[in-house]
Structures are given as C-alpha cells and as structure tokens.
Design a protein around this ligand. Structure first.
Ligand SMILES: C[S@@+](CC[C@H](N)C(=O)[O-])C[C@H]1O[C@@H](n2cnc3c(N)ncnc32)[C@H](O)[C@@H]1O
Length: 314
C-alpha cells in the first residue's frame, strides 16, 4: 500500500469511528475487530464448545460437498468476501475438482496473505489470488479465468453482521459480481433457543470478551486513540424485536477518549454497540434476498441450527 493509500485508509477509518461514537447509542463497525490479533481471536472463538455455528456449518459442508459441487458447475472462480482463515473453504478446495481459481478477500491484510501462502502450498493446482480490501467500499477483483463461472462463497453467517438497511446494498454488490450466470453460496444462522444463542456469544473462557475488546486495542494502535480497555466490559444480549444478538462493551466508569482532534465522553454504564448477529428463519431469509436472488437449495443440520444456501441471481 502506498503512503497516500495508507493515509486515506486511516482518514476514512477515523471518520467512521467518530461518526459511530457520536451517536446517542455509540457504535463501532464490526469490521474494525479484525487486525491480525482479531483474526486469530476469531479463529479461537470458532473452536469454543459454546460456539456452534462454525462446527455446524463445517459439518453441513462436509456431508454435502458432492451435491454442492454439482450445483456449482463445471469450471468455477470462487470468490470469498471476509475469508479469514479460509478453513471452511478448504473443504470445497480439497474435495471439488471444478475450482480453478480462488480469490480470498479480507480487510485483515497481513493475516490474509499468510493464509494465502499456506493455501498455495496445499492446493498447487488452484490459482490463489488474495485481495486485501474492505468489501463495504468499492473494490476491483484481480484478473483471472474469464470463462469460469463466478461463485461467491460467504459462509459464517457474516451477512448477519449487516444492519438490515445495509444488507440490500451488499446483495446488489454480489449480484453485480457474479453476473447473470454466477451463483451465491451463503451460510445463514437460524433462530433457536435464546439460551444457546447467548451462550455462544458469552463464552465461559472469555475469548469473545477478548475479541470484543480488541476493537479498542486495534483503534489505539491504528489511530492513536486512548481507550483504556480495562474500563470496558463485554456483554452479548439477544434483541427479540430485531431478531439479533448484539455485542456491547459497557464502560465501568466515566471515561474521556481522544480521537484525532475530537474528544468523546463516556458515562459510567453506557455502552458501545460493536456487532450484530442477525438470526433468520428460512422464509425470512428468502424474503430478505428476494429482490436480487432466488433460493434454489438449502442444506441444514439435524437440529436446524444453521443453513447453507445456494442462490442464483434474479
Ligand atoms: C465472522 S469472520 C468469518 C470468517 C470466515 N468466512 C468463516 O466463515 O469462518 C468475518 C471475516 O470477515 C472479515 N471482514 C469483516 N468485515 C469486512 C469487510 N468490510 N471487508 C473485508 N473483510 C471483512 C474479517 O476480517 C473476518 O475475517
């Protein structure tokens, strides 16, 4: 990244942070969890007993990989926004002969490049083209296999992190990428008992708490802000009306934080809302994507905890 690009990235990050923290309910965009430490902490979360989504989605992928391959077609260019460790994608890369190229895309650039190096060793016959980018901003895909079918793989129910009003925008971006003959393979977490949901985001080992607080550590490092992370307490709460788990950082005492030339005041007991994880019914999900996509096939697990869905563009 050039000096100018780096500066513009920091300026835009600072603007987003100031805008979020100036609202009555203070918020921060969840994408700022992810520097290299944040990516590693997320990987640790996926191993926790309470965190059912990764385990369940992996099982769905493993059990149905042959059928998934049939749906995806002959020659595939696989694109994954928010690829992280690409660990679920390896199930596809290792079991499907029809993938010629894989574009993992992530905002956590250092981590992404390390993962891509490993993938090149593990899958020498597949072209691996990592793209470090924020997919909520305009981006360009690297040139590759123009005759392959473009398939966007978006596991982890990461779509649930978008506010409902931002989902449409994201769906349109994916619709434009895959064009008329591509496909969208997406993981969507399903509604279930609140006790299971809240436990998944408030684990007993405190890993999710560390992950949540890393957003502040990341901002301190990247923007020179002065958050005292010891003053913040992690809590995840089910919001019934909005159908989502909300992750918050509650401040234990009054706190003043410098942000560039601005100062943000925190009052004891208030929170920063750092992440949403919406949960869906199958009908609700189909309805949510219906302007851009048609759901052609749904795979679920035996408890109906999670779904993997094959969508085609309208
Ligand atoms: C919840 S993790 C999911 C990782 C992986 N896809 C999985 O299913 O296990 C979200 C990933 O998306 C990345 N991410 C979040 N927001 C992003 C954005 N706006 N642009 C690019 N990557 C983003 C994070 O760095 C992280 O690796």
């Amino acid at each position: 990244m050039t000096e100018t690009e780096l500066l513009s990235k920091k300026t835009s990050m600072l603007e987003e942070v100031i805008s979020g923290l100036s609202q009555q309910q203070k918020t921060l965009p969840s994408k700022f969890f992810y520097d290299e430490r944040g990516s590693k902490l997320f990987d640790d979360i996926t191993e926790l007993d309470e965190y059912y989504p990764t385990r369940t989605e992996r099982k769905i992928l493993e059990e149905n990989v042959n059928e998934i391959a049939e749906y995806l077609g002959e020659k595939i260019l696989l694109i994954e926004p928010g690829s992280g460790s690409s660990s679920k994608t390896k199930i596809l890369l290792g079991n499907m002969e029809n993938i010629c190229c894989y574009i993992p895309m992530d905002i956590s650039g250092d981590y992404l490049y390390k993962v891509a190096e490993q993938l090149r060793l593990e899958f020498p016959n597949i072209q691996i083209l990592p793209l470090s980018a924020d997919y909520t901003k305009p981006f360009e895909l690297p040139e590759s296999s123009p005759d392959a079918r473009k398939v966007v793989f978006y596991p982890g129910s990461t779509i649930g992190n978008f506010k409902m009003e931002k989902v449409e925008q994201f769906l349109k971006v994916i619709h434009d990428i895959i064009e008329d003959d591509g496909a969208f393979l997406i993981g969507a977490d399903l509604k279930k008992e609140i006790r299971v949901l809240e436990a998944a985001y408030n684990d007993s080992e405190g890993v999710t708490a560390e992950f949540n607080k890393n957003i502040l550590t990341h901002l301190n490092k990247e923007l020179g802000t002065s958050f005292n992370t010891d003053l913040f307490e992690h809590k995840s709460i089910w919001n019934e009306e909005k159908g989502r788990i909300e992750m918050h950082l509650f401040v234990k005492e009054d706190h003043v934080v410098g942000l560039g030339e601005e100062v943000i005041n925190f009052q004891k007991g208030e929170s920063i809302h750092t992440e949403n994880s919406h949960k869906y019914t199958l009908e609700g999900f189909a309805e949510m994507v219906s302007e851009w996509f048609e759901v052609e096939k749904v795979w679920t697990d035996e408890r109906d905890y999670f779904s993997l869905q094959y969508l085609e563009p309208r």
